[in-house]
Design a protein around this ligand. Sequence first.
Ligand SMILES: NC(=O)c1ccc[n+]([C@@H]2O[C@H](COP(=O)([O-])OP(=O)(O)OC[C@H]3O[C@@H](n4cnc5c(N)ncnc54)[C@H](O)[C@@H]3O)[C@@H](O)[C@H]2O)c1
Length: 324
Amino acid sequence: MSYENIKFPSGSRFLVTGGAGFIGSNIVEALLNMGHFVRVLDNLSTGKIENIEGFMSNENFEFINGDIRDIEICQNECKDIEYVLHQAAWGSVPKSIELPDLYEDINIKGTLNMMIASRDNKVKRFVYASSSSVYGDDANLPKKEGKEGNPLSPYAITKKVNELYGKVFNDLYNLETIGMRYFNVFGRRQNPNSYYSAVIPKFISLLLKDQSPTINGDGEQSRDFTYIDNVIEANLKACLAPKKACGKSYNIAYGGRVTLNQLYYTLQKLLDKDINPIYGCDRKGDIRHSNADISRAKEFLEYNPVYNFEDGIIKTIDWYKENI
Ligand SMILES: NC(=O)c1ccc[n+]([C@@H]2O[C@H](COP(=O)([O-])OP(=O)(O)OC[C@H]3O[C@@H](n4cnc5c(N)ncnc54)[C@H](O)[C@@H]3O)[C@@H](O)[C@H]2O)c1
């Protein structure tokens, strides 16, 4: 693991919102393995109880089935918490185009509630999920913090607003905030079954069932696919980074670039399948290429991701083979 040497004082207390989801449940598992207390606040809207069932018997684990749109719940669940790792949000770009008002409520108002509750309860640090989507229509590569374009979707707007609030809460209210601009995270427990699922779990699960995945567009669009264990490392390091790291957002990626066609043929080879993909239409609101400059996270958070795309994809395939 890339985070086994990260040490918190014993008895540290964490709140993970969205802890029944893909990224959240992996962070929760790492923290429990380190022996810390973890409370999860999740309304199970896109997350699944199966993701956290295995933790229920751990005396350091607490699950609150609640909604971040309810400020009273946020206030209650931030009590006696030192670190908030805020992952709860709706994540799909196409769905945000259908339902912008819902995204405003959950992603913007819900995050604002969590910042208010963290401030009022004197939480030591508030680390929150942002997204590479904040780079919007800026075509420059690699993506570098400070060079953002205009958002291309309601989802991207919500993450941009989260970052603006993050900076203001850091500067005005002394809530130490750090934004994590995740780039296409993948790994164990990512949901393959929704229409809005990310490509990697969707492609793996279809290929395992001998079905043809659909690639949107010509497949030459590229992404900085980032293995989940790198993301766990980044979150833990963000909790412990010096104060000068706060009030900023960081690219959290590996720093590589793989096209959807390359991804597809890698999966086909590793799964030993000979199935042609179907090519569909381009997706609205998507950027063409994405590749992160991670030097800021390296400098301020000492983030040093160890899993490249190939390492991560092999581990991910092994997990889906056993769990689908
Ligand atoms: N997965 C990625 O590649 C990626 C990339 C960029 C940013 N992000 C961000 O990372 C975070 C986690 O994403 P994920 O991939 O784990 O998604 P996920 O859908 O698996 O997890 C999100 C969790 O939040 C919960 N949730 C949603 N609305 C809620 C509400 N109103 N109250 C309480 N809980 C609520 C869901 O039930 C779910 O368990 C999100 O903020 C997402 O926008 C993810």
